[in-house]
Ligand binder design. Structure first.
Ligand code: ZN
Ligand code: ZN
Length: 358
């Protein structure tokens, strides 16, 4: 089978034939139909976050069950599935208290792999998924069955980009109706925070970005106001629109400047939620005083605090009802052979979501 392998940080991926081991106990082999290029993949490929190389990236995917390992129940060959990086044991204290996205169980795939190149060298599988490949082997808990008529190129985005943005608003912040929301960064994740806020009944929903193209897209996803931070003082603008500061601010870009800016945009008792991944070397310089008098909260959201198995089917229903927008997120589709072009266009900020289709 073919996969796109990262051998060296900063270098183009190499598309080559690799070998995949059969699924072990509790694991499922999936034929990948579509996988999106996410900024987290790019962070790894550029060395902003650590990962054992060589690696096969890709973690936002959908496909069909191809084979099942020992003890797997609930899946059979041909089932259409969303493949996520979230693994859950169902037994730990987090899984048992509705926080399965924080599952702390140990997995063979934490240190192991199921893929090797033709020289016999082990390749790591990024985020226990490695879906820049025709097939992958994952734990059964990473899969959610979807209806057969759900288009794969749209379903794949439910695995990470959609739930990360949407869930930050709906699950982590639990934004109440009519509250003011700011979303800094309006790419693939940010637009899902925008539509999460709009669907929650927030008002105003203020999109902040430096790209007019992305701000236009944000309006389609439900933003009531847009602020181009390269043209105006975005903090002052948000303070003006909200009458002193927003109740919720979501930072979907991996930038410490954006976090500081977001905190400055938050008002009394405002909550700022960090969603976009910064570099591992980044640190934040803020005055703790802002948390006392004005009772601000600074927190984060991991994978939209999503409970995969209950929420993915609901998001599919929302899409089918015409409420959740997915079609509008896709900028372009690429074959695996052109993955480097797909990555470059995401990195340049040209694309919302680029999808590799098989
Ligand atoms: Zn991702
Ligand atoms: Zn668990």
């Amino acid at each position: 089978m073919k996969a796109a392998v990262c051998y060296e940080v900063g270098k183009p991926l190499v598309v080559e034939e690799i070998d995949l081991d059969p699924p072990e106990a509790g694991e499922v082999k999936v034929r990948i139909a579509a996988t999106a290029v996410c900024h987290s993949d790019i962070h790894i490929l550029r060395g902003d976050l650590p990962e054992k190389l060589p690696t096969v990236g890709g973690h936002e995917s959908a496909g069909w069950v191809e084979d099942i390992g020992r003890g797997v129940t609930g899946f059979k060959k041909g089932d259409p599935v969303v493949v996520s990086l979230l693994v859950s044991c169902g037994k730990c204290k987090y899984c048992q208290t509705g926080r399965s996205h924080q599952c702390n169980a140990a997995w063979p795939m934490d240190t192991g792999t199921r893929i090797h190149n033709k020289k016999g060298q082990d390749l790591s599988m990024l985020f226990k998924t490695g879906s820049f490949a025709e097939y992958t082997v994952v734990n059964q808990s990473q899969l959610v069955k979807i209806p057969a008529d759900m288009p794969m190129d749209r379903a794949c985005m439910l695995a990470c980009g959609v739930i990360t943005g949407f869930g930050a608003v709906v699950n982590r912040a639990r934004v109440p109706v009519m509250s003011s929301c700011v979303i800094i960064g309006n790419g693939g994740v940010g637009l899902n925070a925008v539509q999460g806020a709009a669907i929650s009944g927030a008002n105003p929903v203020i999109a902040v970005d430096i790209s007019d193209k992305k701000l236009e897209a944000a309006k389609t996803f439900g933003a009531t106001h847009t602020v181009n931070a390269s043209k105006v003082d975005a903090v002052k603008e948000v303070q003006k629109i909200t009458g002193g500061g927003a109740e919720y601010v979501f930072i979907t870009v991996g930038s410490t400047d954006a976090i500081s800016q977001g905190l400055a945009m938050s008002g009394v008792q405002g909550m700022t939620v960090v969603v976009g991944l910064p570099k591992i070397t980044d640190s934040l310089d803020i005055s703790p005083l802002m948390f006392i008098k004005d009772e601000r909260t600074l927190t984060g959201s991991y994978m939209g605090s999503t409970q995969l198995h209950t929420e993915i089917p609901k998001l599919v229903d929302l899409y089918k009802a015409g409420i959740l927008k997915l079609d509008e997120l896709i900028t372009a589709r690429y074959p695996l052979e052109q993955i480097n072009e797909a990555i470059e266009s995401v990195e340049n900020g040209e694309a919302l979501r680029n999808i590799i289709v098989f």
